[in-house]
Write a protein that binds this ligand. Structure first.
Ligand SMILES: [Zn+2]
Length: 205
């Protein structure tokens, strides 16, 4: 099962990918997450990527493709994977085709208004790294472990707008996968469980 989840930032695709990963035993490969780990460890790659991501821009393709190629060659990908965050452009889609064929491309759709609401209320736990929402916090702290929470750099209002623009799923990319007959779209306005139920019935088709 080689999947690509696409959707605007804040659509909850990361959460959905994590659930699929657990349930189907295939790795969730989030290029954003890989970059964040590099940045946390302050690797050379991480420092380079940091400049782009902090400003809300995409990391140059030569760097990103190298990372994806390396990751997909790992043994845990032999039964499939869930790509999240790559490809976003036609250049990336063509590069990906050189190394693998996708089975399904699923767009997790959410309106721009709803996205802005979700992102601006997102909080990260500084202890257990769990993403949360303002409404779920307990006395302003992580609902899971009680740790202090913070706003991720790229969830700050001034960066959200740029992220929405640079991360918008391109029509061209969608049409590319539509033409291949592997494109599907589900609505993410419902809660996580309902969205997953929609996804699951699609995956079992
Ligand atoms: Zn926590």
């Amino acid at each position: 099962m080689k999947l690509l989840l696409v959707g605007p930032v804040g659509s909850g695709k990361g959460t959905q990918a994590a659930i699929i990963s657990k349930k189907y035993g295939i790795p969730h490969i989030s290029t954003g997450e890989i970059f964040r780990q590099h940045m946390q460890n302050k690797t050379e790659l991480g420092l380079k990527a940091q400049e782009y991501i902090n400003a809300g821009y995409l990391v140059p393709e030569e760097i990103t493709f190298g990372i994806v190629k390396d990751r997909l060659s790992q043994p845990d990908c032999k039964n499939g994977f869930i790509l999240d965050g790559y490809p976003r452009t036609m250049e990336q889609a063509h590069n990906l085709e050189k190394i693998t064929d996708l089975d399904k491309v699923i767009l997790i759709h959410l309106s721009e208004e709803e996205i802005i609401h979700r992102l601006s209320s997102r909080r990260m736990c500084s202890v257990c790294n769990q993403p949360s929402s303002l409404e779920w916090l307990k006395d302003g702290k992580c609902e899971k472990c009680g740790g202090e929470v913070y706003v991720r750099n790229d969830d700050k209002p001034e960066v959200i707008k740029t992220r929405l623009e640079t991360n918008r799923v391109s029509e061209e990319l969608i049409n590319f996968y539509k033409n291949k007959g592997i494109f599907y779209k589900i609505n993410a306005t419902n809660e996580v469980e309902k969205t997953f139920a929609l996804l699951e019935s699609l995956l079992n088709e």
